[in-house]
Design a protein around this ligand. Sequence first.
Ligand SMILES: Nc1ncnc2c1ncn2[C@@H]1O[C@H](COP(=O)(O)OP(=O)(O)OP(=O)(O)O)[C@@H](O)[C@H]1O
Ligand SMILES: [Mg+2]
Length: 506
Amino acid sequence: MASAPPPILTLSGITKSFPGVRALDGVDLDVLPGEVHCLLGQNGAGKSTLIKVIAGAHQPDEGRIGWQGEDVTLGTPVAAMRLGIATIYQELDLVLHLSVAENVHLGHETATAGFVRRSVARERTAALLARLGHPEIHPDTIVGDLSSAGQQIVSMARALSHETRLIVMDEPSAVLDPDEVGNLFRIVESLTADNVAVVYISHRLEEIREIGDRVTVLKDGRAVARGLPAGSTATKDIVALMTGRDVAHDFPRRTAPLPEPAGEPVLVAENLSRAGEFAPLDLTLHPGEIVGLAGLVGSGRSEILETIYGARTPSTGQVTVGGKRLRPGSVVSAVRAGLGLAPEERKAQALFMLESVTRNVSVSSLPRFSRGGWLDRSGERAAAHRNIRELSLRPDNPDAPVRTLSGGNQQKAVLARWLLRRCQVLLLDEPTRGVDVGARAELYALIRRLADDGVAVLLVSSEIPEVLGLADRVLVLREGQVVHTAPARELDEHRVLDLVMEGSQA
Ligand SMILES: Nc1ncnc2c1ncn2[C@@H]1O[C@H](COP(=O)(O)OP(=O)(O)OP(=O)(O)O)[C@@H](O)[C@H]1O
Ligand SMILES: [Mg+2]
């Protein structure tokens, strides 16, 4: 380019340490107005830490921040916001018991004063939501009642309620459906057309290709490549920069023979349904089989998993494991029978944030480590350590509090828990959400190994290639109905997308 505009944001030599970890180690970054600048890197590479520095939520130990050519200190999130920097965090930071309008105007004056201003706030919120393509979200709805995707839209509306010049998004697509991702990309495009700069984090390289302009790759807290062209840099090169090695993208092959359809199933769900969530469904899982559930968010995928697991009580039908009928709506009965569920929302449903990695991993297997009323702590720690190594969880420290782990590493802690338990049937809900490409390959291999050892796996994933690559058999869901069942090798991505979307307006 002949005359590139001067950067709107310049970071130089940013360093940030936490006890025992140097999360950022001299990072340089420049962001141009109107560009989508993508940050890539493995789990724990320092991406979220870097954007928290930009957002004024973390103070760097060293380094300089330039904003529109001048040195600035971003002492607080409010200071950053005043300059025009807005952030959509990986773990959304909305106040769940307040309304949509109240969240959008948190920190604005309009929200603090009386009746008239409140109606102004409400109107403005409605206008922002409409601009974001979601006029159906009502300003008075309590945020906690919205889906994760809806909450993210609210977060976005809040970002746009200020004079924003730079908007930072930390894995925004992780909670979205394909058509919602399309909507997000349209928003990004209209922002950049207004010369707003976007810093975008995602583990999905195809998204970077679609909307990214330039890419900066972080590895172990350092920028190992800066300003690469997003469209033309080879995937192989990007992955090699991120991981320091070549990672195979293939899905692991089954090594054990496929179970006989006529053999003894380990799990049978008969006529299982929940009113308003999913229609009566029959499902059989054989030991060693991986069955995938494909469908959009809201198609009933997670509800089916949770009902099988006893976390929801079915309206009709029953679940049998190893020939034994489970008590409907009883997690205890399901877990006793050998079921495990790695849920989708790791923070809310699964993790004890203040406890160590070891305790989080072993919590469901504690009886195994009790010796005459005492807990065998070193046995517990050693077993947990083996599992976190298998998933290359970082830091490689079983004593680290889970709260201090990066997003993707928290996900690995949830998975490690269920791997340690050695369930007969493993229910996995979006197991690779937020997990980087390198660790994904390891996770796929591990799931395959478990199945080859005879564990039955029921897998939910929004990523169709993942379902097709891992599963032996696929059930396609649309609005709570199984619309198609087929061996995975008879399907391809387009066919599944067609089935999933059929009837909905394109
Ligand atoms: N509050 C904290 N206390 C201690 N360590 C932390 C804290 N926050 C982050 N870290 C550590 O800093 C490193 C970088 O974490 P960060 O969250 O920036 O990674 P990330 O690149 O966003 O990863 P992911 O892709 O998994 O979200 C990790 O080793 C993490 O464990
Ligand atoms: Mg992160």
